[in-house]
Design a protein around this ligand. Structure first.
Ligand code: SAH
Length: 255
């Protein structure tokens, strides 16, 4: 059996209870060494075999899966954040399907939730934005034509950019071709939830300069949108907690 587990964004206690229990039972752990907190490996059994997938190809990962299965062992494939976001999970699962090997997924806390927590921010402020676009700047990995950044930027919604910290000049130019302005608030969150976490507040117009001045090139998220204005954002109160609003659980007060 293979478990694909989300390790969480960094802090070792941000893995789920289920993920941590399975880590402790694993005969083999293949972890994404570039970003998974190595402290999590401390949960492994003493005789657990551990591989760092940062140094492996897909084929090598698959061959470890197959060998463990042949020996009736349980493997944990430990991905950073949640594996459904830029996790390269599908290609592994498709190969396992072909081999008739069973697997299950255990979700994790994605870094974009870690970053929101670091800022105590709410991405979906009523009256400001009800949409979060999760995307990346095109680099060596292509982005489909219809999802080019300037097109997505036309919505002016809350936006979270993964894998783009080394491309902030391009990001800035593309965002400005959409609905954002030089003054639209932005934040760079480096290593959210790690001890070395860094939060840099800026605007779309100063995004590239801020990244450069602070030497940010990787392991950072770029957050864009008016939700970052904090108390100055002229958002609306939630209906759910409005005294006048009737819900399935509460009768609204008449005025
Ligand atoms: N599956 C992961 C994302 C993997 S892609 C998740 O759900 O978070 C790797 C990218 O994620 C990095 O380039 C960076 O943009 C982002 N990232 C991962 N961990 C991060 C963290 N702790 N703080 C900020 N960005 C992070």
């Amino acid at each position: 059996m293979i478990y694909f587990i989300g390790a969480g964004p960094g802090a070792s206690d941000l893995i789920t209870v289920r993920g941590s229990r399975l880590l402790g039972q694993a005969d083999c752990i293949i972890y994404a060494g570039s970003l998974v907190n190595p402290a999590l490996l401390g949960l492994a059994k003493p005789d657990c075999t551990i591989y760092n997938s940062a140094e492996m190809t897909l084929e090598q990962v698959l061959s470890v899966f197959r060998e463990m299965e042949r020996n009736g062992k349980m493997t944990v494939r430990l991905h950073t954040g949640d594996q459904s976001i830029y996790g390269a999970g599908r290609e592994q699962m498709d190969a396992l399907d072909q081999d008739g090997i069973r697997y299950e997924s255990v979700p994790g806390v994605s870094s974009f939730f870690g970053a929101a927590a670091a800022l105590n921010a709410e991405y979906t402020l009523p009256g400001i934005s009800q949409t979060v676009i999760i995307t990346r700047m095109e680099g060596r990995t292509k982005v489909p034509e219809k999802e080019q950044l300037a097109k997505l930027a036309a919505h002016g919604s809350t936006m979270v950019l993964f894998l783009s910290a080394s491309l902030t000049e391009e990001v800035q130019a593309e965002l400005l071709r959409g609905a954002y302005t030089e003054e639209t608030p932005a934040a760079i969150v480096f290593k959210a939830t790690w001890p070395e976490e860094k939060i840099l507040h800026c605007t779309v117009g100063t995004l590239a300069k801020t990244a450069k001045e602070n030497g940010i090139k990787n392991t950072a998220l770029l957050l864009i949108g008016d939700f970052l204005k904090g108390p100055a954002a002229e958002y609306e109160r939630s209906k759910l907690y409005d005294p006048a609003f009737t819900t399935a659980f509460r009768e609204g007060e008449s005025k």
